[in-house]
Write a protein that binds this ligand. Sequence first.
Ligand code: GDP
Length: 390
Amino acid sequence: MRVLWVTNDLPPRAGGIEQFVGNLLDRVHPSSTLVIGPAGAGDDEQRAHDAAQPYRTVRAPGAVQPTPAIRRLVLDAAREHRAQVVVLGASWPLGELAPRIERELRIPVVAISHGLEAGLASVGLGHLVRRATRGLAALTTISDWAEDRLLPHVRADRVVRIPPGVDVDRFRPDVDGTALRRAWGVPDDAPLVGCVSRLVPRKGQDRLLAVWPEVRARHPMAHLALVGEGPLADDLAGAAAALGSDAGVVLPGRVAWDDLPAAHAAADVFAMPCRTRLLGTDVEGLGIVYLEAQAVGRPAIAGRSGGAPEAVQDGVTGTVVDGRDDGALVAALDRWLADPDGRARAGAAGRAWVEQAWAWAAIADRFATLLDEVVAEHAGRRVSPPRPGG
Ligand code: GDP
């Protein structure tokens, strides 16, 4: 199967969509895939990453958006690659490219939806979803929450659930986070609350810092590591500094892809009390980080935003809280910090659940089957005689 991917979100840049796209690329026809991705900083990490993949990556001159220049690039690349199907890394706004691709190349287009598209649909912008899905052979959805919001607007021929998953061979309970903890200056015997995420308002790192004095009052040894980078880095560092140098808070910055499992394993409890913002447009589609944390056997505290509650079994593998309710956040942190045996039980349950429901291998198989089906259907449609009156 010859596949052309068109995506503005691509590793080595960090982020949920980047992870999603990278994991499917690794597993679905990698050696016969061509990727059109965004120009990054053109840095060494990006060059080395692209060169190491089994698929070929062409970096666009800038962002990959549905502009006339990108459309030309896509049509030319699809012809040159003799693509049988085009996959769009995000259905909005890239779905705008689909009708022309279908019309000029006579190949099906499949698009992946994330949290944003459902956010648009839920704030009265469903017409954008309708436009961006009108040329699609298939649209994939990530969660019940997202699909419920999208379905009334979707014009794609079919809708299929492809949630993001976890590489359960990389994210394992026996991953050792000790070296990272030490690098972060966390004592070996201190219980550590970890958050691994972009530093943006929705994720709720600010609430973790706000409640930290109260958590510390109950657990004087506890430490907090806010891993990641982002626009809030300076604000969060300022808030952490204001708690005092002995508050046990560290902001180690971004970790390398290879260190991600260890960054999760370094913590005893994962917490990202996300909250929906901007009238519902800034919303958590699912929250891969919760699945990653559970895969390494840690309980996960999630915020009630979008599909995030579907990524944790509340009370079993973690806790779901209202990200705006500081009292609930303190109670959830207290519960897991106070109970090492409970953490171990929740961690084991989380690991088992992720293996069974969220393993990338099985999710990627479903995606490969979807590509086979749309290509076969499309071919059948081309050879079948026109319907009477059609
Ligand atoms: P999103 O970025 O809002 O889509 O959030 P998700 O939780 O869905 O996904 C974020 C992904 O980026 C997860 O796989 C995280 O582990 C990853 N990520 C977050 N922070 C970092 C970081 O500092 N380094 C690396 N390598 N990955 C990170």
